[in-house]
Structure formats: structure tokens, C-alpha cells
Design a protein around this ligand. Structure first.
Ligand code: MG
Length: 390
């Protein structure tokens, strides 16, 4: 029985993770659940799954939960999450938080793994690696804590690498659906609404990542994520638009062989694999009908989405040439602030990409040595956004 801590249990990945757990009651037990504001959903999850501990963002909610549940430990806020991770006995931590908020808990789980062993991190929070890629992957390697990706593309690569760990990777090809605005030019993009941006053609996801998919920044972040997870140069990571989202990504080896992982788009498969690895367990994923599909097609990323990818390549090139990792933190945190403004209806869609480029142009890169350095750059980037858009 694997004991699972789920950070962000009421979000899109969190709820799908619980449904994977519900299908494997003899293999998985959720022991810790955390949520931000969907406390009623958390109440339902408590009733169904009986966790040992929960973490809630707001003090008032935590106080209520303490009155309601006497046999569950209730923690509150970011410091409460830290305590909960220290106090609770778990084998897998699924990090399904949104944004840079996921960074510290990942490091906390790695630290715990270094001390007691037997812990793995199932990583759905890509911002952990975008902002802290070097620190996090080094700490995980030293601690012997596996980082098992939940992001569908990186899970695909991880699956293709099983049995190939010793073979050098020649090239990674990340596939991208292209989001809801594939093929749109600047003029058409200047007229899109928040509602349009939240309609992803293939994947059902949370709001932040859905907007990131529309700008293609999500794929930019995935390039950065792949660089740190698989330790290869950015120039060996390519992106192909694949609107059907059937091939989840590919790896090419030295002999020219390309391995790919395919399937109908369903996050329950990568979530299940992160829990079952190195085994595979049954899921309710619909069988892929190859004959029905007839063909798979691909396109080159162009237009405004290409600009987002180029920003990711640019900060990685800088990191590889100078050892300065601050650019990717700026990219992450300015984007978080801009997406919040877009979701609040305060800025138009294209302003996200335009402002990001401008902020990146003005940023003077620096070396990142500590977690404190990361949060300093994070604050600076958010201030740069706030100065432009109050
Ligand atoms: Mg993805």
C-alpha cells in the first residue's frame, strides 16, 4: 500500500488523482490532502477518502474544519503545509499546486526523502522546475528521490526512457496541441476573449494552465522542464504542433530510433503511471482507435506561439552559456502575474506575450544559488508587471 500526499487535491489533477486512487483502493491510500479555497469539495473528499491530515489556505476555514473533524489533523497555510509534510508519513507526494507555490513543498519532500528514504515526488507542478530546475534536480539526485513527471509530455518521455536510462538522448520532441488559437494571426488574436482562451480543444485542465496553453507559454515551460528533468541542452529539445494530442511526446536515441508514447488524451494515464511506476496498472482510458484516426499530423510552431517558445529557448541559452538561471524565473513569475490580470479581465490576451518579452528584454540575468534568490527574482518580476498594469 502506497501512502499518498496530494497537494492541490481539489484542482483538476488532484481530483483525477483521487479517481485513480479510488480505482486502486488496495494499492493507494490518500493520507494528506491540501486545498486552497474549494473547501466544500474538500469536505466531500474527506468523507470519501478519510485522510489523516488536511491543509487549508484560510485561517477561518481551518478553524471550522477543526471543529468539524476531530480525528483529522488540520493545518493552515504555506507554513502549515510544511508542518503537515514533516508530520505525515507518506511514500508519494503528488504536487498538483499551481505556480511557484509548488517549489517549496517539492524541496520539503526531497528533504524528507533524504532523511528517511523511500519517498518519490510525482510532479504535476511544472513551475517547480521552471523556477528552481537546477536546485531541485540536484537536491533530488543527491537525496535519491525520484522526480516522476505527471505532465503528459514528460511522462511520455519518462515512459520511453524506461530501460534506456544508460542510452544518451539525441533529441526530445515535445508535442503541442497548439491550443485554442492555433493558426490565428496577430489581428485575430487581438480580438479573442477570456472565454475563448479557456476553451482548450483536447485537454480539460485548470484555468492558469489553459491560458498558458493558449499563449503556448505552457510549451515554453515544458521545454525548460524537459531540460532539467532529462539533463539535455535546449538545442536538443524540439516542439511539433500535433493538434490531435495522440502522440504525447517522442525521444530519439543515437541510433536514430524514435520512441513515442501514444494514447487518447487523458491525464489519468500519466497520473496513474506516476503512482504505479515502475509497474503499470489498469485505467479506464478509452482504447485508441488507430484505424478510426486514419492519420496523425504535425505542424511547425509559428506566429505568436513561436514567440513564447523562443522566450524559453532564450532563457535556457543564457543559462547554458553563463550559468545564470534568473531568466526562467522572470518568465514564470511575470507570466503568473499577467495571467492573473488576464483572468481578472484587466488586460487583453496579446498583452501577456508582449509584456513578457519587454520584461525579459530589460532583465539583467544573474546566478541563482539559493531558494531565497529565486523568490527575490520572483518578486522583482511581479513588481515589473505591477508597474505597468495596476
Ligand atoms: Mg503538458
Amino acid at each position: 500500500m502506497k501512502r499518498v500526499a496530494i497537494l492541490g487535491s481539489t484542482g483538476s489533477v488532484g481530483t483525477q488523482a483521487l479517481s485513480v486512487i479510488a480505482s486502486n483502493p488496495r494499492r493507494l491510500k490518500p493520507v494528506l490532502l491540501s486545498c486552497k479555497s474549494r473547501v466544500d469539495m474538500l469536505r466531500n473528499q474527506i468523507q470519501r477518502f478519510h485522510p489523516e491530515a488536511v491543509v487549508i489556505e484560510r485561517k477561518e476555514d481551518a478553524a471550522e474544519f477543526r471543529r468539524e473533524y476531530h480525528d483529522i489533523k488540520v493545518y493552515c497555510g504555506a507554513s502549515g503545509l510544511d508542518e503537515a509534510l514533516a508530520d505525515t508519513d507518506f511514500d508519494i507526494m503528488l504536487n498538483a499546486l499551481v505556480g511557484i507555490a509548488g517549489l517549496k513543498p517539492t524541496l520539503a519532500a526531497i528533504k524528507k526523502g533524504a532523511e528517511i528514504g523511500g519517498i518519490s515526488v510525482a510532479l504535476a507542478n511544472k513551475e517547480t522546475l521552471v523556477t528552481g530546475g537546477r536546485l531541485v534536480t540536484e537536491a533530488a539526485r543527491k537525496a535519491g528521490v525520484p522526480l516522476v513527471p505527471v505532465d503528459s509530455e514528460h511522462s511520455a518521455i519518462f515512459q520511453c526512457l524506461q530501460g534506456n536510462q544508460e542510452n544518451p538522448i539525441k533529441r526530445i520532441i515535445l508535442t503541442a496541441s497548439g491550443g485554442p488559437f492555433r493558426g490565428y494571426d496577430r489581428e485575430r488574436l487581438s480580438a479573442v476573449t477570456l472565454g475563448d482562451a479557456l476553451q482548450h480543444p483536447n485537454w480539460k485542465m485548470g484555468r492558469k494552465i489553459t491560458v498558458d496553453s493558449a499563449t503556448m507559454l505552457n510549451k515554453g515551460f515544458e521545454i525548460i522542464e524537459a531540460k532539467w528533468l532529462y539533463g539535455i541542452e535546449a538545442s536538443r529539445i524540439e516542439v511539433a504542433i500535433h493538434p490531435q494530442s495522440i502522440i504525447h511526446s517522442l525521444v530519439e536515441f543515437e541510433d536514430g530510433a524514435l520512441l513515442a508514447q501514444l494514447g487518447n488524451p487523458d491525464m489519468k494515464v500519466p497520473i496513474s503511471y506516476a503512482f504505479s511506476w515502475p509497474e503499470r496498472w489498469a485505467t479506464d482510458n478509452r482504447a485508441l482507435d488507430l484505424i478510426g484516426l486514419r492519420s496523425l499530423f504535425f505542424e511547425e510552431p509559428l506566429g505568436e506561439g513561436r514567440r513564447s517558445l523562443d522566450m524559453a529557448y532564450r532563457v535556457l541559452r543564457e543559462s547554458e552559456e553563463t550559468g545564470h538561471d534568473s531568466g526562467s524565473i522572470v518568465l514564470n513569475s511575470a507570466n503568473e502575474a499577467l495571467v492573473e490580470l488576464f483572468l481578472a479581465g484587466k488586460i487583453p490576451f496579446l498583452t501577456i506575450i508582449d509584456t513578457l518579452e519587454r520584461i525579459l528584454d530589460r532583465h539583467e540575468s544573474k546566478q541563482i544559488e539559493t531558494i531565497g534568490d529565486i523568490f527575490e527574482v520572483d518578486k522583482e518580476a511581479r513588481r515589473a508587471v505591477a508597474r505597468r498594469w495596476k
